[in-house]
Design a protein around this ligand. Structure first.
Ligand SMILES: [Zn+2]
Length: 256
């Protein structure tokens, strides 16, 4: 059992999360309600991935799910959350790793999902494709911002760990609009990278930190499948909604 506490980026509330080993699929616990971490319980994709069940919700689950995936946890953890939004921490998934390590070694990985054919999905200018084969992820972004532009990252599951410390990013031009809508109330530059027109307002951890963060989000969103995926995944200009569509398409063509 291990607890992580921090600020929720949108509500600004203090959010505590305790991880417990327990057999069965990954699931969140909100009060007395369990919210399974699977595609069936997806309830939101705007700026973060949300899950809901029986009137209970958990927002911003993707970074924790990515860190669990990197640690080899496809199942066997109950995630008790005091707030309906997980803490943003430093904007990356790295701060979850210590708590996950306290759980000890993960249970054996379940059998991989084997897609029976290639799938491709498109959404709002983004494209995602999965081709049967050894698991790998190729991610690219193209932002109309001089400090980011076109960036790409590619790697297999053994390289997913290098994505963990890539932080959430946003654009100064969007900041006030989010606050006006009552969002990002807990956000500060300690939690996200802010890109002003002339570049990030704080040093990057990697020149390609933005695409690495998008790839991290994809690893977390695809963890909702609950098992490894025997496919080469290619995502261009992705979003949470596109990652979810790709996961659903993969589930729909999974070999029995
Ligand atoms: Zn993210």
């Amino acid at each position: 059992m291990a607890t992580v506490t921090g600020r929720a980026i949108h509500s600004g509330l203090t959010s505590s999360v305790t991880l417990h080993r327990a057999s069965g699929p990954l699931r969140f616990q909100r009060g007395g309600t369990e919210v399974p971490a699977d595609l069936v319980h997806l309830s939101g994709a705007e700026r973060a991935t949300s899950l809901s069940a029986d009137g209970a919700s958990v927002h911003m689950v993707e970074h924790l799910l990515a860190a669990l995936r990197v640690a080899g946890y496809f199942e066997g953890v109950v995630i008790e959350a005091t707030c309906d939004e997980l803490p943003i921490l430093d904007g990356s998934a790295a701060p979850w790793s210590g708590a996950i390590a306290e759980l000890g070694p993960p249970p054996p990985a379940p059998a991989a999902l084997v897609p029976q054919r290639e799938v491709a999905v498109a959404l709002r200018g983004g494209l995602a494709r999965a081709t049967p084969g050894e698991e790998s992820l190729a991610y690219s972004v193209a932002f109309d911002h001089p400090a980011i532009g076109v960036q790409a990252w590619e790697g297999g599951p053994g390289a997913y760990g290098e994505l963990l410390n890539a932080r959430t990013f946003g654009f100064e031009r969007d900041w006030e609009a989010l606050k006006a809508r009552g969002l990002a109330l807990g956000a500060s530059e300690a939690h996200v990278i802010v890109f002003a027109m002339d570049g990030p307002t704080r040093p990057l951890r990697h020149p390609y930190e933005p695409v690495r963060h998008k790839a991290l989000d994809a690893v977390g969103d695809l963890a909702l499948l609950g098992r490894p995926v025997r496919a080469r995944l290619t995502i261009e200009r992705g979003s949470h909604a596109l990652h979810h569509e790709l996961a659903r398409a993969l589930a729909a063509v999974a070999a029995p």
